[in-house]
Design a protein around this ligand. Sequence first.
Ligand SMILES: Cc1cc2nc3c(=O)[nH]c(=O)nc-3n(C[C@H](O)[C@H](O)[C@H](O)COP(=O)(O)OP(=O)(O)OC[C@H]3O[C@@H](n4cnc5c(N)ncnc54)[C@H](O)[C@@H]3O)c2cc1C
Length: 282
Amino acid sequence: MKSGKVNYHCVHSMDDAISVNKTHEGNVKYMAGGQSLMPMMSLRLIFSEEVIDVSKIEDLKKFFSMKGRFFIGAAVTHAMIEDGKVEDPTKGYLQYVAQGIAYRGIRNKGTIGGSIVNADPAADWPTALLALGASVVIKTHTEEIETPIGEFQCGLMQTSLKEIDLVKGVVVPELSKDAKWSYVKFCHKVGEFAHSIAAIVIDPELRIFNAVLGAAGDKPVLLPRLSKYLLSANLGNTNLDKELNNLLESDLLENTCHLSSSYEFNLHRSMIKRAVMEALKK
Ligand SMILES: Cc1cc2nc3c(=O)[nH]c(=O)nc-3n(C[C@H](O)[C@H](O)[C@H](O)COP(=O)(O)OP(=O)(O)OC[C@H]3O[C@@H](n4cnc5c(N)ncnc54)[C@H](O)[C@@H]3O)c2cc1C
C-alpha cells in the first residue's frame, strides 16, 4: 500500500520545525528516520498531509555531559549509539540495548526520539530508559520542559506531547562505577519486536533501584516490589528464587492488566528472574 499525497518540509532548526507545524496546524507529523511513521502512513493508520523532516536539525543530533547527567539528542540514531559514536555514560547499557533493536537497516535510520514518541510498548528505548530513570526534554513553542519518561508515555502509543511540541532529546544519569544492569528480551525471531523485555538498573551511589517490564501491557511498567527488593538482593541468599516468585506474583498481577494466560505470566516472570540474576552476577 502507499500513503496518501503528502507535502514534505525539510527544516534545519527546531524553531523552523515548530513554526512550519503552526502554519499547517492539525494535519502535520514530524518525521525523524521514518521507520515507524512511513509504514503507518502507507498502511493508512496515520493520515497526514504535511510531513516535517527533523532529521537534518543539528541540535537534535547533539550529545553531551551535563554535571552527572548526559543529554542525547532526539535525532541520534540507534546505530550511532551501537557504534559508540555517542559516549555511553551507562557502562555499556545504552550500547547493548541499541545493538539489539530490529536489524541494521532500521538502526541506521531509526532514532531514540522517534522511538519514545512512537511509544510502542514492545519497543526497546521506552523500557530501557524507564529503568534508567531518564527524562525527556520537550521544546514547546514557548519554552523547554523536562518530563520523567514514566510520565511522558501515558498509554498505548500515547505520550503527553502536544501536536506542535518537539522532543529535543533525553537525559540519562551517568552511572557510577559500582552500577549494575541487565537487559533481556524474548523474541521469536531476531529483529522482531519483543514479546517480553526485562530491564534492571542498580546504582547504590545514585540511589537507583529499578526493575521494569516491557511488552506486557499498554506501556512499560516499573515493578515496585521488585525495585525495592533490589536494595538488598544478593546471590548468596538461598531463598532468592522463592522470594522472587512471591513478590513477582503480586507485582505482575497488580501492575499489568494484559496477562491473559499463564503462558504470558510465566514468560514475563522468567524474563524478570533471568534479568535479576544477570544483574546481580555483574
Ligand atoms: C520492521 C521493523 C522492526 C522494528 N523492530 C523494533 C524493535 O525490535 N525494537 C524497537 O525498539 N523498535 C523497533 N522498530 C522501530 C524502530 O526502532 C524505529 O526506529 C522507531 O520506531 C522510531 O522510528 P524513527 O526514529 O524513524 O521515527 P519516525 O518513524 O520518523 O517517527 C515516529 C513517531 O515519532 C514522531 N517523532 C519523531 N521524531 C520526533 C521528535 N523529535 N519530536 C516529536 N515527534 C517526533 C513522529 O511524528 C512519529 O509519530 C522496528 C521498526 C520496523 C519497521
